[in-house]
Write a protein that binds this ligand. Structure first.
Ligand code: PLP
Length: 389
């Protein structure tokens, strides 16, 4: 009999896998399912990036192990891109780590920094992968409620003194999954001051950094003076360049945290396939109109979707960033029951808010991850349910 290690029992239940498998059974039964429940970009990677990868694969030097902490040229490309995009200075050698997608770094940072008995502040609702790293480290999670009346930002003044004493790490994520909230520079300044005061390391997840609506450019945490002293930012090419399957992300900022992330990565991986790293350089140093087009596509989808929902009587906020919409469920429903109902009656997959933490209850997350025509079809199906009649 195989007995899993104790840490395996601590891993959170993957709430969405059951939804995905149920949606799969509807598809297998011939239903035409519209899946807006997952965060998987539906658009292709821009052709010049694919071409750079093709050329790199044909070069035999990419077939060998590449340097442990990644190609120096890629780290330089990342530092150059951050300078151009956010006017942030980064030393490529000591302030940049290359990751297998943002997700690995978001799990590894907890293992780098947390011991049993420590606490980690996590957003509630928030991206569940933060919980996984905390669980593997054996530390305790302290959920920070993100409330609509506070624009889904944490209220640091409401955290308990005993939690703050034990807290060593805090995750933040703006533009946010799932709430689609964005943060201002002044909120990040307040965060740096809070982190300094309580000696907490900040891990800001900037996965949706490229996606802001109505001309808004989301701000980087590293734009705040002193941010590098207290934390790191995680970035990924998954959303910005539709490269979710390629698995390229970065951690940027505090040198000691970057050193630890590189250290743990050395033990798990050698480094990302060099051809993919070269494609990442092409993404960062190539023309950026593909990113502007991407944002324009999401903006049109957002407008179609939100306008459609409002026309059928669903009172909801238009997101300012990310590719998610965060919708209050109608009176009398739990988020899980409502998501089930939409799957059964409208063959529409949405993510129940409870999967993102207790304060996600009362909402569902819907991704703008289908063409406008499909989103309109989803609105029509919802209309037929007469939810707000
Ligand atoms: N962070 C957030 C908030 C996300 O939603 C995702 C992916 O959905 C990630 C990080 C991970 O991205 P990746 O591992 O593809 O870089």
């Amino acid at each position: 009999r195989i007995q899993p290690a104790e840490r395996i029992h601590r891993l959170p239940v993957q709430f969405f896998s059951s939804l995905v498998s149920r949606a799969g059974s509807y598809i297998a039964n011939g239903h035409e399912v519209i899946n807006l429940g997952q965060g998987n970009p539906d658009l292709p990677t821009p052709p010049h990036i694919v071409e750079a990868m093709r050329e790199a694969v044909l070069d035999p030097s990419t077939h060998r192990y590449s340097p442990f902490s990644g190609l120096p040229e890629l780290k330089e490309a990342i530092a150059g891109w951050y300078k151009r995009e956010y006017d942030v200075d980064l030393d490529p050698e000591t302030e940049v780590a290359i990751l297998f997608g943002g997700k690995t770094g978001l799990v590894e940072i907890s293992q780098c920094l947390l011991n049993r008995g420590d606490a980690c502040l996590v957003p509630d609702p928030g991206y569940p992968d933060y919980w996984s790293g905390v669980a593997l480290s054996g530390a305790d999670m302290v959920m920070m409620p993100l409330l609509e009346e506070n624009e889904f930002l944490p209220d640091y003044s409401r955290l308990r003194t005993e939690d703050l004493r034990r807290a060593k790490l805090m995750f933040l994520n703006y533009p946010a999954n799932p709430t689609a909230a964005v943060a201002s520079l002044s909120f990040f300044k307040e965060t740096v001051a809070f982190a300094e005061q309580h000696e907490i390391i900040v891990a800001h997840d900037f996965a949706y950094g490229a996606i802001g609506f109505d001309g808004l450019k989301p701000v980087s945490f590293l734009q705040v003076p002193g941010a590098k002293d207290v934390g790191v930012e995680f970035y990924t090419l998954s959303k910005t360049y539709n490269m979710a399957g390629w698995r390229v992300g970065f951690a940027l900022g505090n040198q000691e945290v970057i050193r630890l992330i590189n250290l743990i990565q050395d033990h798990y991986y050698v480094s990302l396939f060099a051809a993919i790293q070269r494609a990442a350089i092409a993404a960062l140093e190539g023309p950026q109109d593909c990113v502007r087009e991407l944002v324009a596509i999401y903006q049109r989808r957002r407008d179609t979707w939100i306008q459609g929902l409002r026309e059928i009587g669903w009172d909801c906020q238009a997101p300012k960033g990310s590719f998610f919409t965060w919708l209050p469920v109608p009176e009398g429903w739990s988020s899980a029951k409502f998501a089930d109902y939409l799957l059964e009656q409208a063959h529409l997959v949405v993510a129940p808010g409870i999967g993102f933490g207790p304060h996600g209850e009362g909402y569902v997350r819907v991704g703008l991850l289908a063409p406008e025509g499909r989103l309109q079809e989803a609105v029509d199906r919802l209309d037929r349910l007469k939810l707000f009649a």
